[in-house]
Design a protein around this ligand. Structure first.
Ligand code: SAM
Length: 315
């Protein structure tokens, strides 16, 4: 038992501290500061560069929405690319779709993959050994720029637009993702906390609106992402995939034999696209700006926000 409190250092004017009952692993990797610890409320917690990435108590929210909203919307998705997501949670949900013949995971930091298997194996639950999975340790920006593969869906399970992940929130990256999509494919990305960082939602929406026929931000409630509802953003040129009603989605889930959901339901899927007014205003303005030619993202390859390194443990 330690009486150490581990703080999130992402928010400039407020902090959240989690009591670390036991620090299981802490290291400065080639790419970022990584700490994994246990906490009575949240279970096992992964923090990267002072930002909570996941907890074993609520990871199902984000992982189910990131995987099932795009994949249930697509008819028979066969090939899926997951960028980031080294914890294996999104891959776990992706491989529940029987039509997925191949899912490629491109994660920059091998330590995230190795420690996921060791300290919270219930999250990847064997996906790294699944014959339908291909695990690539590489920078997602480079991978999508160079790949010849074409995917039905690309799911960007990145961390916040700081440190190694900043490039995954740029126009250049999303433009290459579009090239790597099959016709009518879907691109989905994490898009932060609109109440605290509306500019993040605005930036990604501008880029998506400039690249695709349809941009469809959605929201879910991820308890350990402190600061209100969490946004995911989705884009496609196939408008019909966003018109599916709960009845059709329920039929698809039954036909695919996927039933052990803890967050996603057909009704939650449809309702997720109903944004609160403050977020809707951000999205509408971003689409107007994009139509007026402003296609700048939240981050650019030149301007990559620096992470604030987590504070030294208090003596
Ligand atoms: N759900 C979390 C969130 O929204 O904050 C993200 C979880 S996942 C652990 C984020 C992963 O993206 C990390 O494992 C990190 O190493 C990986 N990552 C960061 N930058 C990357 C890059 N440029 N290419 C590939 N993976 C990257």
């Amino acid at each position: 038992m330690t009486d150490r409190w581990i703080e999130e250092t992402f928010h400039p004017h407020w902090k959240v501290g989690l009591k670390a009952d036991k620090v299981l692993h802490e290291v400065k990797t080639e790419h970022q500061h990584l700490v994994i610890f246990t906490n009575k409320t949240w279970g096992t917690v992964l923090m990267l560069d002072g930002v909570c990435q996941l907890t074993t108590s609520d990871e199902f929210v984000y992982h189910e929405m990131m995987a099932h909203v795009p994949l249930m919307a697509l008819d028979e998705p066969e090939k899926v690319l997951v960028v980031g997501g080294g914890d294996g949670g999104v891959m776990r949900e992706v491989l529940k779709h029987p039509s997925v013949e191949k899912a490629v995971l491109v994660e920059i930091d091998r330590t995230v993959v190795d420690t996921a298997e060791k300290y919270y194996p219930e999250i990847p639950s064997g996906v790294f050994q699944n014959p339908r999975a291909e695990i690539v340790i590489a920078d997602g920006l480079k991978y999508v720029a160079e790949t010849d593969e074409r995917f039905d869906a690309i799911i960007v399970d990145s961390s916040e637009p700081i440190g190694p992940s900043a490039v995954l929130h740029t126009r250049e990256f999303f433009a290459d993702c579009k090239k790597a999509l099959k016709k009518g494919g879907a691109l989905v990305t994490q898009n932060g906390l609109p109440f605290l960082f509306p500019e993040h939602l605005a930036g990604t929406t501008r880029v998506f609106a400039s690249l695709f026929k349809r941009v469809a931000p959605m929201m879910c409630t991820q308890p350990c992402y402190f600061g209100g509802p969490f946004a995911l953003n989705m884009a496609t040129d196939d408008k019909d995939i966003l018109k599916l009603d709960a009845k059709e989605l329920a039929k698809r889930a039954r036909k695919r034999g996927i039933e052990d959901f803890k967050y996603w339901t057909p009704a939650v899927h449809v309702a997720a696209f109903a944004l609160p007014a403050y977020a809707e205003k951000v999205v509408e303005k971003a689409i107007v700006d994009a139509e007026a030619g402003d296609d700048t993202g939240y981050a650019t390859l030149e301007k990559k926000p620096k992470p604030k390194r987590p504070a030294k443990p208090r003596a």
